[in-house]
Design a protein around this ligand. Structure first.
Ligand code: AMP
Length: 126
């Protein structure tokens, strides 16, 4: 079944500048901005500007240029925040929720970057 992209989702509205965002970094293909309900001292969302629903959709359908740009921006955001464990920072977690079981709230692909405190184990027991 093809991925159905809902262009009324909140991140599509942010990309169309219909609602504001707290931008951290922007490039030709990618936008990084602060999460409106931060779950850690640093909580940044990285999104492609293209219409991709979730991680697998992006990885399969996006161009090489979009994918490289997205990954570079995610790394540069870590650099900007000073959270890289190999560079004196104390580390971070990236998360991408997809679909129902992943509890994805906004159906536009995004990567969460969380940092600034100990984040606990990856998952709670079911
Ligand atoms: P997810 O559950 O992975 O889809 O996460 C969606 C994230 O988007 C949540 O962490 C929300 O707090 C965040 N969010 C929703 N609306 C906005 C907004 N207008 N600006 C920034 N972050 C938002």
């Amino acid at each position: 079944m093809p991925y159905a992209y809902d262009d009324q989702n909140i991140f599509a509205k942010i990309l169309r500048k219909e609602i504001p965002n707290d931008t951290v970094m922007e490039t030709e293909h990618t936008l990084a901005f602060r999460d409106i309900r931060p779950q850690a001292p640093h909580h940044v969302l990285v999104i492609p500007k293209g219409s991709y629903v979730c991680h697998d959709h992006f990885c399969i359908a996006a161009s090489d240029a979009e994918i490289v740009d997205f990954m570079r921006v995610s790394g540069k955001v870590c650099q900007m925040l000073g959270i890289q464990p190999g560079e004196g920072g104390q580390g971070f977690r990236t998360i991408s929720n997809a679909g129902e079981h992943g509890v994805q709230e906004v159906p536009h692909y995004h990567m969460h970057i969380l940092a600034g405190r100990g984040l606990g184990r990856m998952l709670n027991p079911a």
